[in-house]
Design a protein around this ligand. Structure first.
Ligand SMILES: C[S@@+](CC[C@H](N)C(=O)[O-])C[C@H]1O[C@@H](n2cnc3c(N)ncnc32)[C@H](O)[C@@H]1O
Length: 261
């Protein structure tokens, strides 16, 4: 029996309608699926009955299966001749350690195919109609991890650059650190009135969101009860939200009107 192939598949933010056609077809034909905590129940429901399901889900600060064991699991399945659908929330190469898994397998001689997914920033933004970039408003778009081990870790970010008023910041894994991030951004010069959207469970049946400002973000998050996974979108683009969030806060001023060219 030959070596199997590993398909590193992006499951998107939750709504199965946001799967790529390739991802949907691979899931529908899967015999072995190794999946993460962030893959939604709605996507898992598309796995055929009879497929082997291996949950290697990880939560912040709680890693039931270490990464090296996940790598070994994928390798052993492939060496046993099994084709494996390795399913990860969002995009498999954005804050998902997919690059490590792909490199490990490739070094071991296992064929890997990567199927991109819609990342949480895109899914969350689209759900509220927030354009992540807006002509004349945004010059850059950053995907940032909010997961920091220490104050030194937080201090090592390039805060003056992140405080650039022309940038949109999308913060992943930031639920525990967002108050410190907001403080650092304001200390580095980002305006306290900068609009922010926080979107929990984006594109899932339980989606909840709030819009606020940088200076009120910490207290509004504390009162909101929003629970992980949460995506934070910080920047003037939030003014352009085309769809009203579930929790409408009135701290945000009237939308900026972009000059037509
Ligand atoms: C380990 S990262 C995985 C990111 C994923 N690979 C992606 O491309 O979206 C986990 C973080 O992604 C964000 N996230 C993932 N799915 C989400 C969702 N449905 N709603 C809001 N945030 C989500 C949260 O910030 C969460 O803490």
């Amino acid at each position: 029996m030959g070596t199997g192939k590993v398909f590193l598949v992006g499951a998107g933010p939750g709504d199965p309608g946001l799967l790529t056609v390739r991802a949907r077809d691979l899931i529908a034909a899967a015999e072995v699926v190794v999946y993460d905590r962030l893959v939604s129940e709605e996507v898992l429901a598309h796995i055929p009955t009879g497929a082997s399901l291996i949950n290697v889900g990880k939560a912040a600060g709680f890693h039931p299966i270490p990464q090296h064991e996940i790598n070994e699991t994928l390798l052993n399945l492939a060496l046993a001749g099994r084709d494996v659908v390795r399913l990860k929330g969002g995009d498999p190469l954005i804050f998902a350690r997919g690059g490590e898994e792909a490199a490990f397998l490739a070094r071991a001689g296992v064929e890997v195919e990567i199927i991109p997914g819609i990342t949480a920033a895109q899914g969350g933004a689209a759900s509220l109609g927030i354009p992540l970039t807006q002509r004349g408003v945004t010059r850059n778009l950053r995907y940032i991890t909010g997961q920091c081990r220490s104050e030194d870790d937080i201090a090592s970010y390039d805060w003056p650059s992140l405080a650039d008023p022309d940038s949109t910041l999308c913060i992943y894994m930031g639920a525990a650190t967002i108050a410190r991030f907001a403080g650092r951004l304001m200390a580095a010069g980002r305006s306290p009135s900068t609009p922010v959207a926080a979107i929990a469970q984006a594109t899932r049946p339980g989606q909840v969101s709030l819009t606020t400002t940088l200076e009120k973000l910490a207290s509004d998050m504390g009162q909101s009860g929003l629970s992980a996974p949460v995506m934070f979108i910080i920047g003037e683009v939030v003014h352009f939200a085309a769809i009203h969030p579930d929790i409408a806060h009135d701290q945000i001023s009237s939308p900026v009107v972009a000059a037509a060219e």
